[in-house]
Design a protein around this ligand. Structure first.
Ligand code: GLN
Length: 192
């Protein structure tokens, strides 16, 4: 399996390290032709406006949209914002996922925090919570169409969703030692 990680800005190295640890060939993607031959793509956390502007500059917007039609794509945090159709902000968006997202939605007081997240889609997800790290994270306000919420905080806030072979998480699984979300994404990309 060969998985690309969009390497325009943000936490791409951490994703590459985990994917390689899982025995996957993982490569940095900065140009449209680097999408050729990939089985899936991770769009990392960082700053979604910057990622979007750079993607426009590098001519990646249409190639990424086409890629997402048939291949697994996973957006973490800023990546989730970039994939969303509906964000109340003026910035370039791929708009490939039927979700409404609110940026920086947890307020300044809780810029970053960690939660034991129950994620039933993961192995032992009900009994062994996932250590979810949130950093100036977006909220998933709504999942529409065939997009479904797959994890929520205890207060009901949605923080992960899946739509076919696409996945979004508002937190950063690449900053923990728990690789279950990476494995889950690999399964989505593989079964596609
Ligand atoms: N706050 C960032 C944004 O709006 C996302 C933060 C992150 O990816 N950790 O793009």
């Amino acid at each position: 399996m060969k998985i690309g990680v969009l390497a325009l800005q943000g936490a791409f190295i951490e994703h590459i390290k985990i994917l390689r640890r899982l025995g996957v060939e993982a490569v940095e993607v900065r140009l449209p032709e680097q999408l050729d031959g990939l089985d899936g793509l991770v769009i990392p956390g960082g700053e979604s406006t910057t990622i979007g502007k750079l993607a426009v500059m590098y001519g990646l917007m249409e190639p990424l949209r086409q890629f997402a039609q048939t291949k697994g794509v996973w957006g973490t945090c800023a990546g989730m914002i970039f994939m969303a159709k509906d964000v109340e902000a003026d910035q370039p968006l791929l708009g490939v996922m039927d979700i409404e997202v609110e940026r920086n939605a947890f307020g300044r007081q809780v810029d970053s925090f960690e939660v034991d997240l129950i994620a039933p889609v993961l192995p032992d997800g009900e009994t062994r919570p996932f250590p979810a790290v949130f950093i100036r994270a977006p909220k998933l306000v709504a999942a529409k169409g065939s997009a479904e919420v797959i994890a929520t905080l205890p207060d009901g806030t949605a923080v992960a969703a899946r739509q076919g072979h696409m996945l979004v998480t508002s937190f950063h699984p690449e900053l923990t030692n728990d690789d279950r979300f990476h494995q889950y994404f690999l399964k989505l990309a593989m079964n596609n």
